[in-house]
Design a protein around this ligand. Structure first.
Ligand code: SF4
Ligand code: ZN
Length: 711
């Protein structure tokens, strides 16, 4: 036998024996009836579920899985068969890791840097948009222990600066911590655990992506493997000596289509494109990206701190803060204005008032961005303006929250020490606008004002009037008032059969694409992911059925979806990719609907969690009665319009309810003359089961009680 297959089978057999023993021990200790589950997933033991369709719910379900696992290990001298044995190792790892959750809580990890272990479904859903936009260009799994810890830290920092989502397994976790790598989901570097088996937690991210976004049917192993290979841009790096368990886990990765780069010399045991040796750590990153064909758009900006999406979630605490711009204390505003050619001098940057080295810790800040472009439209001002939030957050050591005249910016001591000053903010704005909006912006000049009086002047004389003007335009913009809607197919890279239809009153289900955004996307890139749908051939106003919408959706989904309505959840509802902010689902007892947001982890009166509800739809399929959508759609007059509209909403998690209350109550007042409608809607502090929900609705005399039955 070759050294490689020998190693793989050695590892697989070892893991099989370990798994069998652990399963038997657990059953002896807790009994076969004991329930077992990973936290916050609707996909049971995801690898087993996806590969075989078996739903593991109790310890007693596991011995059969061990049988399947063993059958995958043929011990035959053939690379394909050996890779299957690698899948067996993945199944074994999943069971071993799953058994950890049968133990009393908090026993998962007690290492110096605890791993997060299992990644819950809602996090995977939240990764959908950054992955499709290329904001996260790839997924790295870094495993083992480097001979020189600094090398591992350098490699991981390099991935981080490129926006790659990196998972760490083993002692590299401590090596990275010692090397100053900042970790956490917000930094896109995630420590999984110290046992090799914890690598399964990133494998199941890929596997659940196939179930969530790809509509891969449980049990269809071939479809699963082709999804992970073609659509999940992941790869593996190992540091240090590798034993047979690591090799067989690596074989599992290869079977899923993820190339493995090791830092020891495998000589003739290398498998080109799948298993390669790179002994020089300076070349690890480049080789890994090349194997997965991941291209990084590099952004070299003239600023003294790093600039990458990986820093977007960075939080700057008061103790680490040098200066702050905050609306609660000083005048602030951010404004993009469209100007005539003669009024804009390209790349002109002006600072009016003191810079942040004047000794103060709090400043006013008015940012005025004036742009000219032959193809510029006033509608794009707000689209550009909203990007300021992300761009500022991409700067290492800068935190930005809010928008318009309500925001807060913090600059860290560290960034200040590196030389970050106000003009660098202007440089970021200039370069990013010219990079992302070059089709519509020809010239751009930026004025930053920290002088209190001058800032107030800009706020009152230019910003407020413009914000108000835009709000009036948005409020007057209805589906009836425009002549076109837009498609968005960005998510097709993960959900090949999905297409969103974006209208003024219905934003994309990810919450990130409004009608104006889709319009701007189209103008910026006429062959891009958003295409206009001329509003022609209305077949049914109640459900929002249009001949032209059907035609465009059918084209966009390559025939997978024949017909969608814009305003119904029961009749040909819009499809979901999987990355929706909220899900709306039927609550049969009350004839109403519940709406649940991704962040809510608890139970709902429908008897399902968000994750379980979410698993009812997705992957571009239509599931009458369940529909993914954006937060802002809830207060729209078009929300489940065909079924009677927002009057059907009976339950929402409290946080969501409070968040949408001002707008939802306004809509309810306008449509039905109801005051404080959200007082009639239950939440988890009132009930999480349907009987108590009915009692509450009766007590409040909720309008749903007098509406026609839904079914
Ligand atoms: Fe994906 Fe729809 Fe959002 Fe476009 S609008 S990014 S297709 S969820
Ligand atoms: Zn999506």
């Amino acid at each position: 036998m070759s050294v490689l297959t020998d190693l793989i089978y050695g590892g697989s057999n070892a893991v099989a024996a370990l798994t069998e023993g652990a399963v038997n021990d657990a059953i002896a200790k807790y009994g076969a009836e004991k329930e077992i589950a990973f936290p916050d997933t609707a996909y049971f033991f995801p690898t087993i579920y996806a590969a075989t369709g078996v739903k593991v719910k109790t310890l007693g379900d596991l011995p059969a899985c061990v049988g399947v696992l063993k059958s995958l290990i043929t011990n035959q001298e053939d690379l394909g068969q050996a890779l299957n044995a690698g899948l067996a190792t993945a199944v074994g790892a999943e069971i071993l890791e799953g058994l950890k959750f049968a133990e009393p809580k908090d026993s998962y990890e007690d290492a110096r840097v605890a791993g997060i272990g299992f990644v819950p479904d809602p996090i995977i859903r939240s990764l959908g948009v950054p992955l499709v936009t290329g904001d996260i260009p790839g997924v790295a799994v870094v495993l083992g222990k480097a001979e020189n810890g600094e090398d591992a830290a350098r490699v991981v920092k390099d991935y981080q600066s490129k926006g790659i989502l990196t998972f760490l397994v083993g002692d590299v976790i401590e090596q990275c911590a010692d090397g100053g790598v900042r970790m956490g989901l917000e930094f896109r570097v995630i420590p999984l655990g110290h046992d090799v088996t914890s690598v399964i937690h990133v494998v199941t991210v890929a596997i659940r992506a196939a179930l969530i976004f790809g509509n891969v049917q449980p049990g269809d192993l071939a479809a699963l493997l082709s999804y992970t290979k073609d659509r999940v841009p992941a790869f593996v790096n190992t540091f240090g000596a590798i034993d047979n368990v690591v090799v067989s886990a690596g074989a599992g990765a290869i079977a899923l289509g993820f190339p493995v780069v090791v830092d020891i010399d495998l000589g003739e045991n290398q498998v080109p494109g799948a298993l390669e040796s790179v002994t020089d750590h300076e070349k690890t990153v480049a080789k890994s990206l090349e194997l997965r064909n991941i291209k990084i758009k590099s952004k070299e900006l003239p600023i003294p701190v790093a600039f990458a999406a990986a820093f977007e979630g960075e939080i700057i605490r008061k103790a680490d803060m040098k200066v702050e711009f905050w609306s609660a204390k000083n005048t602030t505003c951010e404004l993009v204005l469209m100007k005539d050619a003669g009024e804009v001098e390209d790349h002109k940057i002006t600072l009016i008032g003191p810079d942040i080295d004047s000794g103060e810790t709090e400043y006013a800040l008015a940012t005025l961005i004036e742009v000219y472009g032959k193809k510029m439209q006033a509608d794009f001002e707000s689209v550009i303006e909203r990007k300021i939030h992300s761009w500022y957050n991409y700067m290492e050591g800068v935190m930005h929250t809010g928008q318009r005249n309500q925001f807060r910016i913090r600059i860290s001591n560290d960034a200040y020490e590196k030389g970050l000053r106000i003009r660098h903010f202007a440089e970021v704005l200039y370069h990013m606008i010219m990079d992302e909006f070059d089709t519509v912006v020809d010239k751009c000049q930026i004025t930053m004002v920290t002088d209190k009086e001058q800032a107030a002047k800009i706020l009152n004389e230019q910003a407020m009037p413009r914000y108000n003007q835009r709000d009036d335009r948005l409020a007057s913009m209805t589906d009836e008032s425009v002549d076109r809607f837009y498609t968005c197919i960005l998510c097709q890279s993960f959900a090949p059969a999905h297409c969103c239809v974006v209208t003024p009153e219905r934003l994309g289900l990810c919450g990130a694409v409004s009608w104006l955004d889709a319009k701007a996307t189209y103008e910026l890139n006429p062959n891009g992911p958003s295409q206009p749908i001329m509003k022609e051939g209305c077949l049914d106003e109640r459900t929002g059925r249009y001949e032209n919408v059907d035609k465009m959706v059918k084209e966009a989904t390559h025939g997978a979806v024949e017909s969608v309505t814009l305003y119904s959840i029961l009749e040909d509802p819009m499809t979901s990719c999987g990355c929706f902010e909220c899900i709306c689902g039927i609550e049969p007892m009350s004839n109403g609907f519940i709406v649940v947001n991704r962040e809510y982890a608890g139970m709902t009166p429908a008897g399902m969690t968000f994750g379980e509800l979410a698993s009812c739809t997705g992957g571009g399929v239509q599931t009458p009665g369940y529909m993914g959508h954006g937060r802002h759609f809830i207060s729209s007059k078009k929300f489940i319009h065909a079924e009677g509209g927002i009057e059907r909403i009976v339950w929402m998690p409290k946080e969501l309810k409070d968040d949408v209350a001002p707008k939802l109550n306004k809509t309810a007042k306008e449509l039905y003359g109801i005051d404080n409608f959200t007082d009639l809607i239950a939440d988890e502090t009132i009930c999480t089961d349907c009987e108590a929900l009915m009692e509450f609705l009766q007590e409040k005399n909720h309008p749903v009680l007098s509406m026609d039955p839904l079914l």
